[in-house]
Design a protein around this ligand. Structure first.
Ligand code: FES
Length: 93
């Protein structure tokens, strides 16, 4: 699910029982990862088909660009909190 928080675009991804926030643009050439899909704990980029481990953002073997940035998400009674570095921003939709 794509969301905007703190003036940036994020992607909320369910990985089993856990929800993680990821940067929405692929670190390779900026493809919209909201158009990708998840399988086996990995997020697949729709453009060149690299995939990212949803535990640490590491990219699949054979690629040399940086890992996908991931952020913790807390579920609370009236929404979700994204932990973006030192700051925490609330996402209610
Ligand atoms: S733009 Fe995502 S792998 Fe190339």
């Amino acid at each position: 699910m794509p969301v905007t928080a703190g003036g940036h675009h994020w992607l909320l991804v369910r990985d089993g029982a856990r929800i993680v926030a990821a940067e929405r643009a692929c670190p390779h050439e900026g493809a919209d990862l909201a158009l990708g899909r998840c399988a086996g704990g990995r997020l697949l980029c729709p453009r060149h088909l690299a995939s990212f481990d949803l535990r640490d953002g590491s990219v699949s073997p054979g690629w040399s660009f940086r890992a996908l940035r991931l952020f913790a998400v807390e579920t609370v009674s009236d929404g979700l909190w994204l932990r973006l570095g030192d700051s925490v921003r609330k996402q209610t939709s």
